[in-house]
Design a binder for this molecule. Structure first.
Ligand code: NAD
Length: 567
């Protein structure tokens, strides 16, 4: 801490914290979910948001890495553009080179010397203030940046950059207190204690483009537990990351605790993952990239001082399974919302549906009608329902997949299927129907507004259950729709490992922090359930302390048939 009056020097250069306001077994504010604002025309939040949008749109910003609290121009610049207005440059973003990455490692290690000794209450104070800044003075800018940089509509950006982000910060603080309370039993002879130490080294946080909240959560969770971090954000979410960094500094986070490193992912990672001081990786993104990171860590294993913690949330091929007893309107609503909101670019988005033949005509009729009504365009226009996909690579991937569906026997593009890159990377919400249970879009993640339907004969419910379970390698989210209770519970049981987040008569998206802890297994990640006590403990290494009151002074050699105490 910079205020040395609160520290005493001791030993060989070590320092100890002296509580400036008196001792106490502190509680923390109860965590609650941040209320969602409406942004109705003329509302104060809408006026603030419009001003923030004008501010970000009207000025070409210059952003830099933030290493040890320093901002330096590196000279190598990447443009941050708007997906729905692809020639509009929001910012020139300086990219870190090898020397900058080495500086970030050094800065994280240096900051650790102090930060790992900070009392948990002071760390909590920083992140609770950060939550208040998210919900208050930074809200409009965070939401605006998420809209422009990631092409989210207002409700999507509000749910992400304001609510989920504030929730992560608050629930993590409340759950950290619960972790610390978990203490061993003691006896009259000894006081046993568990000390939740931060990991020894630094944590590498690698974040995806699609959620500002995830971008912020991955570096801040380990930091809350006393770790220092190198944060490499996605090249498609650089503007929001800069605002999060600024906010954390304003909240009182000391320099070097989180180091924001923009740069080429492979080059940055090669250097960071080779450091002997790597103590953990906190990743969210695609399965393929996480497998590559895991592999590299494995190859570097003998270099490390310890065994790095690997926490990764990855891809999904999220299902909706419809039983013949389901409610048609509920299914159609869930499919439109679950598959197409934020252009299907949520890891939880519904991308495959298994529907009974008896119901499919009614469901597909509603889907076709809804797709026809969807307004696609500039996300700042309040009537827009979907924006553009994130970048050229995503656009090309979708164009190719839709073309393939058009030319494959046994598959039909039932609705949507248009692409247009004149202004931005636009792909219309698309419904594909196939009779092939192994059709690629039922197996592989496309990560966009394409929903593929497989229609099963009503009397083959059992086969449908097997197909849902076995067709893809992922197990992130899934929904079962049925009014018949026995069928709901049968499906939940048969699909026990098919999803980490299972929804009954609900779309598979929209998990809320503290209510539906998120994460999946199989190829979808390590399923550590964000913002829970389970997740927080991944960033600590516990020391058990036995404090004996009256030490033994005699060796209990065996006499009269009794044996000495072991261990
Ligand atoms: P991505 O895998 O392309 O990128 C994620 C991060 O990894 C980015 O910061 C990127 O720069 C970095 N990266 C890319 N190549 C790398 C390499 N060779 N070495 C190290 N880092 C590298 O993913 P994305 O397009 O940003 O996000 C979409 C993916 O994320 C989808 O697969 C989606 O399902 C997944 N996702 C999962 C969750 C979840 O909670 N399970 C949440 C959000 C997104």
């Amino acid at each position: 801490m910079t205020d040395t009056s609160t520290w005493i020097e001791h030993g060989r250069g070590g320092r100890a914290w002296v509580d400036p306001v008196g001792a106490g077994v502190y509680t923390v504010p109860p965590a609650r979910n941040e209320p969602v604002l409406s942004y109705a025309a003329g509302s104060p939040e809408r006026l603030r948001l419009d001003e923030a949008i004008r501010g970000l749109r009207g000025r070409r910003a210059e952003l830099t890495p933030v290493i040890g609290g320093e901002r330096r121009h590196t000279g190598e610049v990447l443009e941050a553009t708007m997906p729905h207005d692809r020639r509009h440059v929001l910012a020139d973003v300086h990219q870190a080179g090898a020397a900058d990455v080495e500086r970030a490692i050094a800065a994280a290690r240096e900051a650790w010397q102090d930060w790992h000794r900070w009392p948990w209450t002071e760390r909590a104070g920083v992140f609770l203030r950060a939550a208040a800044l998210v919900a208050g003075p930074y809200r409009a800018r965070l939401v605006a940046a998420t809209m422009l940089d990631q092409s989210k509509t207002v409700p999507e950006a509000e749910a992400d950059a304001a609510c989920e982000l504030a929730d992560f910060l608050r629930f993590n603080v409340a759950n950290m207190r619960r972790v610390l309370e978990e203490q061993p039993e003691s006896t009259d002879e000894a006081w046993n204690r568990a000390e939740y130490r931060p990991l020894e080294g630094f944590v590498y946080a690698i974040t995806p483009f699609n959620f500002t909240a995830i971008g912020a959560n991955l570096p801040t969770t380990p930091a809350l537990l006393g770790n220092t971090v190198i944060w490499k954000p996605s090249a498609a979410a650089m503007v929001g990351a800069a605002i999060v960094m600024e906010l954390l500094e304003e909240a009182g986070l000391p320099p070097g605790v989180i180091n924001l490193v923009y740069g080429d992912p492979a080059e940055v990672s090669e250097i960071v993952l080779a450091s002997p001081h790597l103590a953990g990786v906190h990743f969210t993104g695609s399965t393929e990239v996480f497998r590559g990171i895991w592999n590299t860590v494995g190859q570097n294993m003998t270099r490390y001082r310890g065994f790095p913690r690997l926490v990764g949330e990855t891809g999904g091929k999220d299902f909706v399974l419809v039983h013949p007893s389901a409610d048609v309107e509920a299914v159609a609503t869930a499919l439109v919302r679950g598959a197409f909101e934020y252009q299907g670019q949520k890891c939880s988005a519904a991308s495959r549906v298994y529907a009974p033949a008896s119901m499919w005509p009614a469901i597909s009729e509603r889907l076709i009608e809804a797709i026809g009504q969807v307004r696609m365009g500039d996300v700042a226009d309040p009537s827009t329902y979907v924006g553009a996909v994130i970048n050229k690579a995503a656009f090309e991937r979708h164009k190719q997949a839709i073309e393939q569906a058009r030319t494959t026997a046994g598959a039909t593009v039932v609705a949507g299927g248009q692409t247009n890159d004149e202004q931005g990377w636009f792909v219309t919400p698309t419904l594909i129907e196939t009779r092939d249970p192994a059709f690629p879009l039922l197996r592989k993640e496309l990560f966009g507004p394409v929903l593929t339907a497989f229609v099963y004969d009503d009397d083959r419910w059992d086969d449908a259950l097997r197909l849902v379970d076995e067709t893809s390698e992922y197990a992130l989210t899934g929904s079962i729709f049925a009014r018949r209770r026995e069928s709901l519970s049968e499906a939940a049981s048969r699909l026990r490992y098919a999803a980490g987040n299972l929804y009954l008569n609900e779309k598979p998206t929209g998990s809320v922090v503290g209510q539906q802890p998120f994460g999946g297994s199989r190829a979808s990640g390590t399923n550590d359930k964000t913002a829970t006590t389970f997740h927080l403990t991944r960033w600590t290494t516990t020391r058990t302390i036995k404090d004996t009151h009256v030490p033994q002074t005699a060796i209990p050699f065996p006499r009269n048939g009794t044996s000495p105490q072991s261990q």
